[in-house]
Design a protein around this ligand. Structure first.
Ligand SMILES: [Zn+2]
Length: 175
């Protein structure tokens, strides 16, 4: 059974648990709760800006923020990162004690605090999988392409559960 990332690097899913043989999303109601929460949160956050860019530029300079390319953390405690800032998170996680918060939602606020206080990965700390493409314009993944059939599945979900996951259907950008 293969592990896959969907849309954003970081979170990994059992391909067979998420997609059927035709590549469409399986019924959310049949997934285990953790997988379902992650899929729903992931779909809601595709297209959102990188957290670190946002901490730097905020709403007033939102067009300078790169779209997130990677997701770490836990549902409702996610850290979204662009290619430039993923190294900062991984460095913090591996070398500055971030791993102590693995599996906890608090990881999000802890990383934000570190970054907002000037925390950065040192020169030369690089992630192998990030392709250097200085001229490329980063693109946000599209949940409709990445998770075919998702819209119908989310419409079937219980409103209370969607509220608990802080997901607003109008935010989902599905057509
Ligand atoms: Zn960024």
């Amino acid at each position: 059974m293969g592990k896959v990332s969907i849309g954003l690097r970081g979170w990994r899913f059992d391909e067979d648990a998420v997609f059927d043989a035709d590549g469409r999303i399986r019924p959310l109601g049949n997934m285990d709760a953790d997988t379902r929460e992650r899929i729903v949160r992931l779909s809601a956050m595709m297209g959102d800006p990188c957290d670190a860019c946002y901490l730097r530029y905020g709403d007033e300079d939102i067009e300078r923020c790169n779209p997130a390319q990677a997701i770490y953390g836990e549902p409702l405690g996610e850290v979204l990162l662009c290619d430039d800032h993923e190294a900062d998170f991984v460095y913090w996680f591996q070398e500055v004690g971030g791993h102590e918060f693995a599996g906890e939602r608090e990881i999000q606020t802890r990383f934000h605090e570190w970054f907002a206080n000037g925390g950065r990965s040192p020169e030369g700390f690089e992630l192998e999988h990030v392709e250097e493409d200085p001229d490329g314009v980063p693109e946000a993944p599209d949940p409709d392409d990445e998770l075919p059939g998702l819209e119908e599945e989310i419409e079937e979900m219980d409103d209370d559960e969607l509220d608990a996951l802080d997901v607003d259907l109008s935010d989902l950008d599905l057509d």
